[in-house]
Design a protein around this ligand. Structure first.
Ligand code: FES
Ligand code: FES
Length: 161
């Protein structure tokens, strides 16, 4: 066991864990953050995704001691009780069915929009292709990302005026 320091959703945490423990387990079991889900545990489905320094990262295989950078989980998206535009778009488009994969979908979509605020359909498909949904909600997810992108674009135009 050793003390590992993590910055998660803007707060610093110290956890006493085996350094080889996957980040996902530390987030869920030690920090009580249940947004990231366990799916395959093999880096293949993406439901465990979190954002580390702007990139969508699968937390099920990443040893906690190897984390470099600030972590954002699904819980970190809504600030001051307000939904993130992606979360609102997910509701507006009724994107989820069972919901199990949707953490990975939203976090990967956030990483995409942060680096490319107005992606094409092809860019959305490329960015999202590794996040599996057994309920096949892909078209609604794409619609939600486009809706959020439109809203974000409108907000930035309004803010610039
Ligand atoms: S649980 Fe991490 S990729 Fe499937
Ligand atoms: S909504 Fe069920 S797995 Fe994606």
């Amino acid at each position: 066991m050793s003390i590992v320091k993590l910055e998660v959703n803007g707060k610093t945490h110290e956890v006493d864990v085996d350094p080889s423990t996957p980040l996902l387990y530390v987030l869920r079991n030690d920090l009580d953050l249940r947004g990231p889900h366990f799916g395959c545990g093999l880096g293949q489905c993406g439901v465990c995704s979190v954002i580390i320094d702007g990139n969508s990262v699968r937390s099920c295989l990443l040893p906690v001691s190897a984390v470099k950078g600030a972590i954002t989980t699904l819980e970190g998206l809504s600030k001051d009780g307000k939904l993130h535009p992606l979360q609102q778009a997910w509701i507006d488009e009724q994107a989820p069915q069972c919901g199990y994969c949707q953490n990975g979908q939203i976090m990967t979509a956030k990483a995409l929009l942060d680096r490319n605020p107005n992606p094409t359909d092809a860019e959305i498909r490329t960015a999202m292709e590794g996040i599996l949904c057994r309920c096949m909600t892909y078209y609604r997810i794409q619609a939600a990302i486009k809706r959020a992108a439109r809203g974000t674009a409108t907000a930035s135009v309004e803010a610039a005026q």
